[in-house]
Design a protein around this ligand. Structure first.
Ligand code: GLA
Length: 427
């Protein structure tokens, strides 16, 4: 066999191995809102009608998402988490929503959400019961997939509680096939690796072929230590997980907590910056009806969202640890680079970081253009490998920057533009 043919076979084998779930969804990280971290399993609508898990909550979020610029910023999915169903299936064995809290039923809720130009997500579990003890899908994969499709659901978060770990893979794959069989486009959000890690290293090739995103690590909660533990886990497993992310399938470090109670504004900026670098789904769990303007502005910051949604679809990773700073880098389309500088020293005031210590700074040879996006937008001008540029970062804060190489072709074009300009003015 000729060498070129052999090469072709090897290359196609490799691209096959990295194939994403072929449902045409999640070509960019999913954006939306998910109830869990903020609203948990609050089912007491008599005591707490505004915050209990009920159709009203999702309808109100959908209203706000349209009115307050969330939809326009890209947040599209309104997602139900655990605790929505009735404790009994119906006479045909189908899941049904709790009739008191969802009097209209899920189909009507989906219609409402769709009428706003948004999409609806729902939740179930691969095992016998959900994590909060509600009926789950084991033994009912096809029925449940069809029920969700009939209701017009657009996303399924599929949890992994109450399941023998040796059956996790087959269960997740079966549900993926069942969803596909319905013919409806339903984005499939898994927790398969999270539940398999305690026993063995999950097979990320199979996971990418099965799911549109997947949780790897424990639940996020409303504190900086939770965000740090997610980043630490991600960095210490990056050799295994980063290459599995790309258009169609993403690692999911869990919800954004921006706008809640446990993170300072500086720490909220760190979460937003690092979730953009990690190409993470941006699923907010907060109360959009009552969110402070600074958190809203941060979540809707289009420059950060653009990094998250970059069409190259490569996940960034930790590239250096220098003097209690972590450097995270993400390759972007058009040869650009996003850099996050996280100040891990939770003591004292803002500290300076000399940017030429960033490993990817080599793209600044001969020159590059630097833009700071966080903590505030600043065009930092043209730099070179010897640049003395120092960026100041708050304790537990992150500076987020983009770097664009200035190629000689670009410089030539720029010179040409400059030369052409005066003539335009005369005309
Ligand atoms: C698990 C998941 C969470 C949430 C809860 C609901 O803990 O990881 O994201 O869905 O179950 O019970």
């Amino acid at each position: 066999m000729c060498r070129a043919m052999l090469l072709l076979i090897v290359v196609s084998l490799f691209s096959l191995a990295a194939e994403a779930l072929d449902n045409g969804l999640a070509l960019k990280p999913t954006m939306g809102w998910l109830h869990w971290e903020r609203f948990l399993c609050n089912t007491d609508c008599d005591m707490d009608p505004d915050n209990c898990i009920s159709e009203r909550l999702y309808m109100q979020m959908a209203d706000v998402m349209v009115k307050e610029g969330w939809k326009e910023a890209g947040y599209e999915y309104v997602c139900i988490d655990d605790c929505w169903p009735s404790h009994q299936r119906d006479a045909q064995g189908r899941l049904q929503a709790d009739p008191k809290r969802f009097p209209g039923g899920i189909k009507k809720l989906a219609d409402y959400v769709h009428s706003k130009g948004l999409k609806l997500g729902i939740y179930s579990d691969v095992g016998d019961k959900t994590c909060a003890g509600y009926p789950a899908s084991r033994g009912y994969y096809e029925i449940d997939a069809q029920t969700f499709a009939d209701w017009g659901v657009d996303l399924l978060k599929f949890d992994g509680c109450n399941m023998n770990w040796t059956l996790l893979g087959s269960g997740y794959i079966e549900m993926s096939k069942a969803l596909n069989k319905t013919g409806r486009s339903i984005l499939y959000s898994c927790e398969w690796p999270l539940y398999e890690w305690p026993y063995r290293q999950p097979n990320y090739t199979a996971i990418r072929e099965t799911c549109n995103h997947w949780r790897n690590f424990g639940d996020v909660y409303d504190s900086w230590s939770s965000i740090k533990s997610i980043l630490e886990w991600t960095a210490s497993h990056q050799d295994i997980i980063v290459s599995s992310a790309g258009p169609g399938g993403w690692n999911d470090p869990d919800m954004l907590l921006i706008g809640n109670f446990g993170l300072s504004h500086t720490q909220q900026e760190s979460q937003m910056a690092l979730w953009a670098i990690m190409a993470a789904p941006l699923l907010m769990s907060n109360d959009l009806r009552d969110i402070c303007p600074r958190s809203k502005e941060l979540l809707q910051n289009q420059r950060i969202i653009d990094i998250n949604q970059d069409p190259l679809g490569k996940q960034g990773f930790l590239t250096a640890k220098v003097d209690s700073f972590e450097v995270w880098e993400r390759p972007l389309s058009k040869n650009r680079l996003a850099i996050a500088l996280l100040n891990k020293q939770e003591l004292g005031g803002p500290r300076g970081f000399a940017i030429r210590a960033v490993p990817g700074w080599k793209i600044c040879n001969p020159q590059c253009n630097v833009t700071q996006i966080l903590p505030q937008y600043k065009e930092m001008g043209v730099h070179n490998p010897q640049s003395k540029l120092v960026v100041s970062v708050n304790p537990s804060g992150t500076a987020l920057l983009t770097v664009t190489p200035v190629t000689s072709a670009f410089k030539r074009l720029h010179r040409l533009e400059m030369a052409v300009k005066p003539r335009h003015t005369i005309l």
